[in-house]
Design a protein. Sequence first.
Length: 80
Amino acid sequence: MRSNWKPALVAAGVIPEPEITVIPRPDRPALRRVKWAMPREDGSHVLRHAFASVVLAAQTQARMPSTPADSPKSPKRSPL
């Protein structure tokens, strides 16, 4: 699965376009390397901190599941 959040940040003007390098290889398809100029303060880790700050300000508990809801390991919830 490819991530779409960095291109979205480019479209919003938050980060610059990535540097793309094409590396030709004989008898095989060329490699395409994408290098993002992504400062730490614009990354997803900061979004987690921002979320935690909002949750703490609302005086609720920030509990994130250890497995995604659609994972086969996640507990099944009974309908109400």
